[in-house]
Design a protein around this ligand. Sequence first.
Ligand SMILES: Nc1ncnc2c1ncn2[C@@H]1O[C@H](COP(=O)(O)OP(=O)(O)OP(=O)(O)O)[C@@H](O)[C@H]1O
Ligand SMILES: [K+]
Length: 292
Amino acid sequence: MITVIGSINMDIVVETNLFPKQGETVLGESFHTVPGGKGANQAVAAARLGAHVHMVGALGNDAFGQVLRNLLKVESVKDQFVETTSTATGIANIILFEQDNRIIVVPGANHDVTKESIDAAREQIAKSELVIMQLEIPQETVEYALDMCQELGVKVLLNPAPAENFKEEWMDRVAYFTPNETECADIFKDDVENALERYPNRLIVTLGADGARYYDGEKHVIVKGFKTVPKDTTGAGDTFNGAFAYALTTGVGITEAVKFANIAASLSVEKFGAQGGMPKVEAVQARLKEAR
Ligand SMILES: Nc1ncnc2c1ncn2[C@@H]1O[C@H](COP(=O)(O)OP(=O)(O)OP(=O)(O)O)[C@@H](O)[C@H]1O
Ligand SMILES: [K+]
C-alpha cells in the first residue's frame, strides 16, 4: 500500500495565436482542461499499475473539485483523506503561444493541506509500505509528514519538484530522492557525480530520454531509458515516480525498479497529457521483455 501526500490540480489550457496586451481582448484557438498536479499524477501512475493507493490532499468546493475527485475514484485512488475546503481547487493556467507556454499556477486548496491533514491520515500512513511526496503543498506540511514517517518507520520517496521548496536538511528523513538533472544541480550545487556519491542507493537522478542513474556505494549505475518517439513528455517524471514506487513495493531492488520506471515513463511519453499515457502493468511487462 502506497500513500501519496501532494497536490491535485486542473490544468486549464488555452491555445492562442494572438497574445493580448494589457486591457485587450483577443480570440483564442482552443481550450481544454486536463487533470494534473504532481501528487495526483503520481498517485494515478502507481494505481494504474495495480498499486493500492491512498491520496492525502485537498480540493475546493467547486466543479473542478468534484471532477478531480471523481477521476481519482475512477483510477481506484482512495480519496477519503482528500479534504474539501473553502478555497478554490488548485489550477495551472497554461497559455500555449508561439510553440511555447506561459503558465500561471494558483495552488488554491493545495495550500490547505496542513499538519492537521497529516494527523488525520496518521493511521493510513502508519500502514503504508511507502509514502510519496512532492513539493507543491506547504513546506511545513512536508516537513511535518517527513517527521511523522520517520517516527513511524515508514519509508519516503520524495520527488523534489519544484526544487526551490526543498531543504537539504530533510535528506536524513528521505529513503529515495528523485530529482531530474536541473533539480539535482539546483539543490546540491554540485556535480551530479559528487551529489550521487553523497547519497548512495538513495539519490536517483532522472535523465530524460537517457533514463536515470544512481550510485550503489561502489560504482555509478546508469539505467538506460527505452528509446521511443515521444509525442508529449508531460508527466514523464510523474510516471517514473509512481512506477518506481510501485516496483519497490513489489520487493525488487533499485536497479530493477528504475528499469521498470524507465519503461513505464517511456510508454507515457507516447501519448498526450500527463495521465493519458500512464500504462497498466501488462504494457510495462511486455516492453520489459522486449528490452531484455
Ligand atoms: N523522450 C523520452 N523517451 C523515453 N523515455 C523518456 C523520455 N523522456 C523522459 N523519459 C523517461 O521519463 C523519466 C523522467 O524524465 P525527466 O528526467 O525528463 O524528468 P522530468 O523533468 O521530471 O519530466 P517532466 O517534467 O517532463 O515530467 C526518465 O527517467 C525516462 O525514464
Ligand atoms: K504524456
